[in-house]
Design a protein around this ligand. Structure first.
Ligand SMILES: Cc1ncc(COP(=O)(O)O)c(C=O)c1O
Length: 368
């Protein structure tokens, strides 16, 4: 039997090919490779999807976090609170903005930020909080929103894994002062290369990010800020516009596949699925993650049966060599540390068939 990949971007391409190629042809023929109509069109349709007035396309998700922090006024001497079980870009962006990352442990049930942890992390220098919608599941942002608002602390969502996730009619990207999205190819909405966006309800933040991404210029060759070259490629914007039309259907398909995993794997004693949220649409299952004490053995057995799996993430930020100077010892964040040893990501992508999910479940039942 053929290998079961973790994601299959070639299968995704086959699905969109007939719509995508004419758009690429049109873009190439237009000669507008940087900025222009394709970027503006994608920005306005992505903002509409998020239910926010502004989306500003940038070069990647890491830049989206970094430029959003800078636009929110975060800089040297400031502290920004986030979690240790995230992709490293979340903390890199804080350091790139000149600020210091302060970490808080996550909830044991969902592995995302808990508002209860914030009081203990707050100092007079706390300037922003970055909850991460890890694996595609919306953090319970509303209490964090209130906590930030009453203390004049900025809220930046790391929504790199949660395009379209929705609770009580509000979407990822519409909760905070700003949100950062990545369109890395394997994301729920992925480019054919690198891309990202800052989504915000604040016109001042949108205008500042738009300047920062383009060398700090408003009027051409008049530079008000020290900026960056972090513009979104028009080609990527054209690709993203085509795929955006399918995002809702693709997310629904991910939820249907996740429901099969929940149903089947809920009965397997050796592992534990992360719980499904009460409001189904608040999870877009960028990843389907289980916890298993014997993770390495299970992973090896699945690999031997031709099933690829992933680890998101095997080493929490504070235990990475590059981040030793944050000064956190082993044991500082027990929930994140235990998760790093036990999480296992199973294959999930919209083009995956029900049968393929059942085959993964059969294999897990046979070897867990
Ligand atoms: C949680 C999280 N934050 C930030 C990023 C950074 O995005 P990018 O790879 O587009 O720079 C990613 C994705 O890679 C991510 O998963």
């Amino acid at each position: 039997m053929s290998r079961q990949p973790l994601v299959d971007l070639a299968a995704q391409y086959r699905e969109v090919r007939d719509e995508l190629l004419p758009e690429i042809e049109r873009l190439m023929a237009s000669g507008a490779f940087v900025g222009g109509e394709a970027v503006a069109r994608f920005e306005s349709s992505f903002a509409a999807l998020c239910g926010a007035p502004h989306a500003v396309g940038v070069a990647n998700g890491t830049d989206a976090l970094h430029l959003a922090l800078r636009a929110l006024g975060v800089g040297p001497g400031d502290e920004v609170v986030t979690v240790p079980n995230t992709f490293v870009a979340t903390v890199e962006a804080i350091v790139h903005a000149g600020a210091r990352p302060v970490l808080v442990d996550v909830r044991p049930d969902t592995l995302v930020m808990d508002v209860a942890a914030l009081d203990g992390a707050r100092t007079s220098r706390t300037r922003a909080v970055i909850p991460v919608h890890l694996y595609g599941r919306l953090v319970e942002v509303e209490p964090i929103e209130r906590w930030c608002a009453t203390r004049a602390i900025a809220l930046l969502e790391d929504a790199a894994q949660a395009h379209g996730a929705c609770r009580a009619g509000r979407r990822a990207g519409a909760f905070g002062d700003a949100a950062a999205f990545s369109f890395y190819p394997a994301k729920n909405l992925g480019a054919a290369g690198e891309a990202g966006a800052v989504v915000t309800r604040r016109a001042d933040v949108a205008a500042r990010v738009a300047r920062l991404r383009d060398h700090g210029q408003g009027e051409r060759y008049h530079h008000d800020l020290v900026g960056y070259n972090s513009r979104l490629d028009a080609l990527q914007a054209a690709v993203l516009s085509v795929k955006l039309r399918r995002l809702e259907a693709w997310n629904a398909r991910r939820r249907a596949l996740a429901a099969i995993y929940h149903e089947r794997l809920g009965k397997v004693k050796a592992l534990e699925c992360l719980p499904a949220p009460a409001e189904a649409e608040s999870h877009v299952y960028h990843l389907f993650v289980v916890r298993c004490a014997g993770r390495e053995a299970l992973r090896a057995a699945l690999t031997a049966r031709g099933i690829d799996t992933g680890l998101h993430y095997p080493v929490p930020i504070h235990r990475q060599r590059a981040w030793a100077d944050l000064g956190y010892a082993e044991g500082a964040f027990p929930v994140a540390e235990t998760a790093a040893r036990s999480v296992l990501s199973l294959p999930i992508y919209p083009q995956m068939t029900d049968d393929a999910v059942h085959r993964v479940c059969d294999a897990i039942e046979a070897c867990a």
